[in-house]
Design a protein around this ligand. Structure first.
Ligand code: NI
Length: 179
């Protein structure tokens, strides 16, 4: 297993729609293992394949950060089957440096997909799990959480980011949960 570099906004790979996985090969299994290791090392509670430069519909999540590994989820070709209610959650993302914002999401979701053995699985979640599932599936559709906030807030952030990148100032990682 290997820790892979995580692409950061505005990398164009993050804005592309990822392709469905046709079959889980040894290479796919290796990518999934590397994604899990990269997520834990970051540390984060979720990671999508495009974030490590692989434009494929694969996500990994572990929102139970007090018991790492116990509730690890690996989902291939995940799709939201059901979404209910509404919540606001302060989100951060491993691909969006030094910024968090409140995003409106469904409060409860049910997601179907395949596990790494190509078996159909269904995951129902609320709270952070519901948020993380929606956030990661957004990554597969080329969407970041900053695409779900007001244009004003997004423009303020992109201006601040440009300034940060120009000055070469070290970027602080937020202590919040990164998804
Ligand atoms: Ni993210």
């Amino acid at each position: 297993m290997a820790v892979l570099p995580i692409l950061k906004y505005p990398d164009p790979v993050l804005q592309r729609v990822a392709l469905p996985v046709k079959g889980i090969t040894a290479e796919t299994a290796r990518l999934i293992d590397d994604m899990v290791e990269t997520m834990y090392a970051a540390p984060g509670v979720g990671l999508a394949a495009p974030q490590v430069g692989a434009p494929q519909r694969i996500i990994v999540l572990d929102v139970d950060y007090e018991n790492p590994g116990k509730n690890l989820l690996k989902l291939v070709n995940p799709e939201i089957r059901r979404a209910e209610g509404e919540l606001l959650w302060e989100e951060g993302c491993l691909s969006v440096v030094d910024f968090t914002a409140e995003v409106k999401r469904a409060a409860r979701v049910e997601v179907v997909g395949l596990n790494e053995k190509e078996q159909e699985v269904s995951v129902a979640g609320e709270g952070l799990l519901a948020v993380a599932l929606q956030h990661e599936i957004d990554h597969l559709d080329g969407k970041l959480f900053i695409d779900r906030i007001s244009r004003l807030k997004r423009d303020l952030y992109t201006r601040r980011l440009k300034k940060m990148l120009r000055s070469g100032k070290p970027q602080a990682e937020s202590p919040r949960l990164m998804i």
